[in-house]
Design a protein around this ligand. Structure first.
Ligand code: ADP
Ligand code: ZN
Length: 750
């Protein structure tokens, strides 16, 4: 089955500009199917703008949508925050019928439906939380063809009672979210998922999208096999999350370090993960005592309190949650700005999944990890005492060690973690602690060769510690008994201490020169790359060990902020406050009103009219309609206030004129009071009119006059030169008449 797959990775994003140039020149060469797809994609793009306010698809989204339009199946692997939902939401919106979306997380379902409704998309969900009447209502809406997306729980989808309804619907596509739950190999196995083969059996022509953020090769094969996907296209996007900075620090004085971090990230929302329940409570109360607003969350907190904590977090009432990893699964909040690990996570899969909860909106976010060897010991004890076969325990320990090595090795964090997931990365990400404070590097070719040679000379028969002892010329019994003291590299690495060697070897592992055979007593193996270093003189750069206990660096830098930055931050805070009150009125989480990214763009661009606001990413038609006035009003007030304080703010002069005009002052008065000419006042008013303000322009120009002037505009090119037009009519119309006719003409065109 897998041989049939065509794997698409890192596809190009579909941009409107690209499409227009490439579309029209080649339109004649396309077959009807291709032409159809292209038209559908244009349709998809305009739906993206209309409903979500986004201008372009992200990499792979357009390709995935095209696959659905072609009525084919696909498996989609994208990291959390990568934009999976759009891949089925846009086809659902643009195709006839209803899309059935399977989602295992009931809390998330409600959020998704709310989010879609806020964007003007009719969606509903069905799960055990609905009573009979509510279910009935949804069914009626479905049968009437009013629902574009139906979210269902696995229990519901496979239940007998649901089947007759399913058969009566016109289904546009199936989307299986969290598709890895189908695999017993994965970590979130859900038995109901294994019954889903009936979808393709009973609806062979309905395209099926399986989506997940975590699936190794085995799991992928399981998903495809068990869902019976038909020649699926497999889309694997990059798992890099470049907006998340990766910081790792030794775990001394954690609380002080965290307090310092929080001070540097005021007003931001984040999660602090702790290993133990007691730890969560402790840290939360200590941080509260220091004046931070936090709450704690773990499995033993009563259910009612747990959901309150979650609600408070989602609604931006409590910014910081100290939690065990039980927290976060059902949370889609896009403005989580940081994730701190107070303790080492148990493996890199967990680490990456947890930090992935930060920065879904794409804005800069931080992941801060503290590590200490005592965490490793705690886990080991937990694993020893826990259930599971010896093999499973060994695997857990191996993954734990890999986690520890990640924390310890002075290699680009992003490179290490992406390589671990099988995605090549060049390093030098520029957004991790190692790249920002690089350790001193040296040509480590000879050092590496010594270690590699020693590993081969002992027939790849020893683990790390024994190897280091050999390199350092130890005469301990095991070494002498095995005759290892007679090999050529015995004692060849005396210049480094035991700890230094451990440090160097872990780098060699991260560089892919050696591997640890966890299934064979953790013996060291030389890889293909390692052989190149040994036999082909391939160069290796290693880092000189840093002193272990580094004094805390002070990052305080006094950079003077520009006025523009200060303005932007102030306006952003104001918009955040407005968003909160709007959210409260609507009974919705703030991030579903507008994302932080959208507010940040508003604070930057300061839209003063509907037309301006439509250009902000994340503002679709529905939100413009619902919230446009409130947000534009706030931005206008801000701009006016600032300019009254004497600051020069773009757009403020129009607004000042407009405000005075609205108060009933005449053009002449405004001109006098503002010390500008009446012509300038009229031009401000024309601009405001063009931007969509209500203004009776007949006081300047009559409809018949306007017809004549506008009829002649095609003779002149944009930007219109008033003087030219004035002369064209030989002074028959005034400048004001021409000005307002142009404003009206442009307004009609918008
Ligand atoms: P996932 O389900 O993969 O975790 P989401 O579908 O929740 O990710 O998307 C993550 C964020 O990215 C959301 O805030 C979403 O609105 C945004 N997003 C998705 N696609 C685009 C796009 N084409 N342009 C801009 N933002 C997008
Ligand atoms: Zn890096």
């Amino acid at each position: 089955m897998l041989r049939l797959l065509r794997v698409v990775t890192h596809g190009l994003s579909y941009h409107p500009q690209q499409s227009t140039t490439s579309t029209f020149s080649t339109l004649n060469n396309l077959n009807p199917q291709q032409l159809n797809n292209l038209m559908s994609l244009k349709h998809a793009l305009s739906a993206l703008k209309q409903y979500f306010g986004f201008d372009a698809f992200r990499p792979l989204q357009a390709d995935i949508i095209r696959t659905v339009y072609e009525r084919r199946d696909a498996l989609v692997l994208m990291p959390t925050g990568g934009g999976k939902s759009i891949c089925y939401q846009i086809p659902a919106i643009t195709l006839d019928g209803t899309a059935i979306v399977l989602s295992p997380l009931i809390a998330l379902m409600k959020d998704q439906v709310e989010g879609l409704s806020a964007n003007g998309v009719s969606a509903a969900f069905m799960n055990s939380s609905l009573d009979v009447q509510q279910t009935r209502k949804v069914e009626d809406a479905l049968l009437a063809g009013h629902i574009k997306l139906l979210y269902v729980s696995p229990e519901k989808l496979v239940s007998q009672s649901f089947q007759p309804l399913l058969k009566r619907l016109k289904i546009s596509l199936f989307a299986i979210d969290e598709a890895h739950c189908i695999s017993a190999w994965g970590h979130d196995f859900r038995p109901e998922y294994t019954q889903l083969r009936f979808l393709k059996e009973q609806f062979p022509h309905v395209p099926l999208l399986a989506l997940t953020a975590t699936a190794d090769k085995l799991t992928r094969k399981d998903i495809i096999g068990q869902l019976k996907l038909h020649e699926p296209e497999v889309f694997i996007s990059s798992f890099d999350r470049p907006n998340i900075s990766l910081q790792v620090r030794p775990g001394q004085r954690r609380l002080e370090q965290i307090a310092e971090f929080l001070k540097q990230h005021p007003k931001q929302s984040g999660i602090i993960y702790c290993l133990s329940r007691k730890g969560c409570e402790d840290i939360s109360s200590k941080l509260n005592a220091r004046g931070f607003r936090t709450a704690f969350y773990h499995a033993e907190v009563p259910a009612a309190q747990r959901s309150k904590v979650q609600e408070d977090f989602i609604n931006d009432r409590v910014p910081i949650i100290c939690a065990t990893i039980a927290f976060g699964m059902g949370i889609d909040k896009s403005n989580v700005r940081f994730v701190i690990h107070y303790n080492l996570p148990r493996n890199l899969e967990g680490y990456y999944q947890e930090i992935g909860r930060a920065g879904r909106d794409g804005l800069p976010s931080a992941a801060l990890l503290f590590f200490s060897y005592s965490d490793v010991q705690t886990y080991r004890q937990m694993f020893d005492e826990g259930d599971g076969s010896p093999e499973q325990k060994q695997l857990k320990i191996a993954k734990l060690e890999r986690m520890y090595q990640f924390a310890e090795a002075p290699v680009c964090r992003r490179q290490t973690v992406l390589n671990y997931f099988g995605e090549p990365h060049e390093g030098n990400c520029g957004n991790c602690d190692v790249c920002q404070h690089p350790p001193r590097k040296f040509d480590g070719t000879i050092t590496a060769q010594k270690a590699l040679s020693a590993i081969l000379r002992v027939q790849e028969n020893v683990g790390m510690q024994l190897l280091v002892d050999i390199l350092r010329g130890s005469q301990r019994r095991e070494i002498v008994e095995q005759g290892y003291h007679q090999i050529k590299t015995w004692g060849a690495g005396k210049e480094y201490s035991f700890d230094d060697w451990m440090f160097l070897l872990s780098q060699m592992m991260h560089l892919g020169l050696v591997e640890i055979a966890y299934d064979d007593f953790s013996r060291l193996r030389v890889t293909e790359s390692g052989r190149k270093v040994l036999f082909e003189q391939k160069k290796v750069t290693l880092a000189l060990p840093q002193p272990k206990a580094k004094p805390e660096e002070k990052h305080v830098r006094f950079v003077e902020k520009t006025k523009a930055q200060t303005f932007k931050e102030e306006l952003f805070d104001l918009l955040v406050a407005l968003r909160r009150s709007v959210a409260q009125q609507q009974g919705m989480p703030p991030y579903l009103i507008f994302s932080d990214a959208t507010l940040s763009e508003m604070a930057e661009k300061r839209p003063l009219s509907d037309a301006d606001l439509m250009h902000v990413t994340g503002v679709g038609e529905r939100k413009l309609h619902l919230y446009g006035d409130a947000f534009i009003g706030a931005i206008r007030r801000f701009v006016l206030e600032k300019s009254n304080d004497g600051a020069r703010v773009a757009g403020s002069t129009y607004l000042q004129t407009w405000e005075m005009f609205k108060q009933g002052k005449s053009v002449k008065d405004i001109a006098a009071m503002r010390d500008i000419s009446p012509m300038t006042v009229a031009s401000h008013l024309a601009t405001m009119y063009e931007r969509g303000e209500l203004l009776d322009i007949r006081q300047w120009v009559q409809p018949e006059q306007m017809d004549i002037i506008q009829g002649a505009l095609s003779l002149f090119g944009e930007p219109y030169q008033l003087k030219e037009i004035f002369e064209h009519f030989e002074g028959k119309f005034s400048y004001d008449q021409i000005r307002f006719s142009i404003a009206d003409f442009r307004k009609q065109r918008k």
